[in-house]
Write a protein that binds this ligand. Structure first.
Ligand code: CO
Length: 134
């Protein structure tokens, strides 16, 4: 894995949290993006080499809505950038990690993503992401 790409934080109200995190980090978010297939609206803050991703549910069936219902707002996932997501998925599967999707899927921020079940990573939902080169 190349680097810590971002930390995902589940929030109830993206607009309010954008203002809060702008105060906390001392700079505004640089983009908002909706991922319709995942029922989420996201915003991104750049912090050096890494980012903070805020996630708000856009529908009750969203994983973020369910997460907030169970645990409340807070840290949702940790994302690592990888060079070759297919190779990394194969490697992790062989190592015994439980992948949550069989194939990489399209995520926010022009990325292919795959998630690893928190049960196989000490309670942390891990995202692998690879930038899509256009
Ligand atoms: Co993410």
């Amino acid at each position: 894995m190349k680097r810590l790409e971002h930390i995902g934080i589940a929030v109830k109200n993206l607009k309010e949290s954008n203002a809060l995190y702008a105060k906390l980090l001392g700079k505004p978010h640089y983009k908002i993006e909706e991922v319709a297939s995942e029922f989420v609206k996201t915003s991104f803050f750049q912090i050096g080499e890494s980012k903070i991703e805020l996630l708000e549910a856009t529908a009750p069936e969203s994983a973020i809505a369910k997460f907030i219902e169970r645990k409340g707002e807070g840290m949702h996932h940790v994302a690592f950038e990888v060079e070759d997501i297919h190779a990394e998925m194969e490697r992790l599967e062989k190592e015994g990690f439980r992948l949550l999707n069989e194939k990489p899927k399209r995520g926010a921020d022009n990325k292919l993503v795959c998630f690893i079940h928190p049960k196989s990573a000490n309670g942390v939902l891990v995202e692998l992401c690879q930038s899509i080169k256009e």
